[in-house]
Structures are given as C-alpha cells and as structure tokens.
Design a protein around this ligand. Sequence first.
Ligand SMILES: CC(=O)[C@](C)(O)C(=O)O
Length: 297
Amino acid sequence: MDKKALAMFVHLSQTLHFGKTAVAFHVSPSTLSRVIQRLEQEVTSDLLHRDNRTVALTDAGKKFKHYAEQQLEQWQSFKNSLDEKTELLTGKLHIYCSVTAAYSHLPPLLERFRSQHPLVEIMLTTGDAADGLELVQNKSVDFAIAANPEHLPRSVYFHHLATIPLAVIAPTMQCKALQLLKIDEQQYSTIPWSEIPIILPEHGAARKRFEYWYRKKQQGKANIYATVSGHEALVSMVALGCGVGIVPQVVVENSPVKDRVQYLADVGEIEPFDLGICCLNQSRAQPLIKAFFSSIS
Ligand SMILES: CC(=O)[C@](C)(O)C(=O)O
C-alpha cells in the first residue's frame, strides 16, 4: 500500500477536514478525495462517513487508522536501522578536561554522542584545566575542554561552550588572610593586598586573570603563599585557610569544600572565561571528530 496515501489518511483521521489535510500534503481536495477512495477500494469498506459538513471515521476506518499508523512507524524504524548501520563508527576518542568540567560540562556533550555511536570507546583523562590545549597540540588527546587563551594557537580549533565567571575567594575560617581582609568592616579600598597570602594557579588562563587583576591594584609584589596545579586544588588550599585565590565559579560550586570558602564582592573586575571544546584543526575532517562535533551542535 502506498505510504503517502497511508500518511494522508492518518492525517485526515486527525483533522477530519479534507481542506486542511490537502493543504498539509500540497494536493487539491479532489486529489485527496481520490486517494481516499482508492484506499477504500483496496480495503473494500468505507473508511469515512462524509456528509456536506462533517467527516467521521467508520468502524473500519478506526481499525484502518491503527493499521496505517503501525505501518508508518515500522517503515520509519526500518529506515532508521539502515541509517545507523551505515554510520556505525568504531575507534577511540580521547578527551581531556578538569574534574569540574567532567561534572559540569562534559555529560551533556557525551550523552548524545554515546547513544549515536555506542561502539566508540571514550577515554577520559582529568587534570589541570590549564594543560588541555597543550595536550591537544601534542596529540596526546583528541579533545580538551579549555578556556580560550589570549592567543589561540593557529593549529587549534575552538568551539565555544559557555561563558564562565571567575571569582576571588577567601577562607571562611579565622586565619591571617581573613584578618587582613577585614571582611566585617567591608573596607575593601584599604585592603593591604601585597600582604594577603595568595594561592596562585601554576599557569594558564586563570593565572593570567590573576596577574591582570593584581596589577590593577598597583600594590607591588604579591605575597604568593603557594602555587597549585588545578583549580580544584586551589579551592582546597583556600578552604584550608592558606590564602586568597581566583578561580572559575563553577569550580567552587562543584567543590566538596564549597562551604568553607566565600566570594569576595567588589574587589575588582575579572574577565570571564570563554570555555570551549578544542581539537587540532587538521583532525577536524576525521570521521570520529566530525561525528563528535555534529552530535554536539
Ligand atoms: C577551564 C575549565 O575547564 C573550568 C571548568 O573552568 C575549570 O575546571 O576551571
């Protein structure tokens, strides 16, 4: 039986209106009428009661509607199964991101890809977000979730995911940093910034953000208490009362020690991160990489 005729009948059984169904299928009402008559001849029963004003399904019409819907569904799932077969990719996809990004940004990216390409093996490595670009460049990984650096290397392709605010955080426990901050008095203009112990990211975009932010204070050399690799570790060090630091807010929100740090308001603007997923430009044509991008866009 003609699939288009079945689809027209199903549509008509919902609208119960020849004019509307004819428009939906770009045919004239008389063509639609002929299509329905042909179906009735094949079924050898009337499918519709028609009078001048109303259209209604006969009992045979109701049964036929059920049959037609099943046929169309089966056809669709048959076609889907063929499409899946031709696109079934295999191989490995190696992704690098911070522990935070593995919670906050990776799951929705992977969900769709995994259901479309169940045979692809996903390898995930977590670590300092600041290392991602280098690992992409030296081909240790296929993709990294990373903040856009000031100068994106020409070999790297960057697909924007989100804008991520950064914040200055301080401990909540009593400690030297807190005394110097005089948080209770809220006199941020008089904070002796060069005395405040700072927890500094080892390298990367967050470190750059700190350097700009601190330079604007014009208070001489910063008092670096410790340098850490990984924004999650930085939050831990701050929570322990070691000092103050700058981190992406999403890292604080996902941190188990979130309650032991506080955001400092009004201590100067910090440009947010442009977070994205990166790969080598030259690998964008590879089937796995292409499939990954098409599943996330
Ligand atoms: C850069 C990045 O991946 C995050 C989510 O902001 C982070 O972990 O710092």
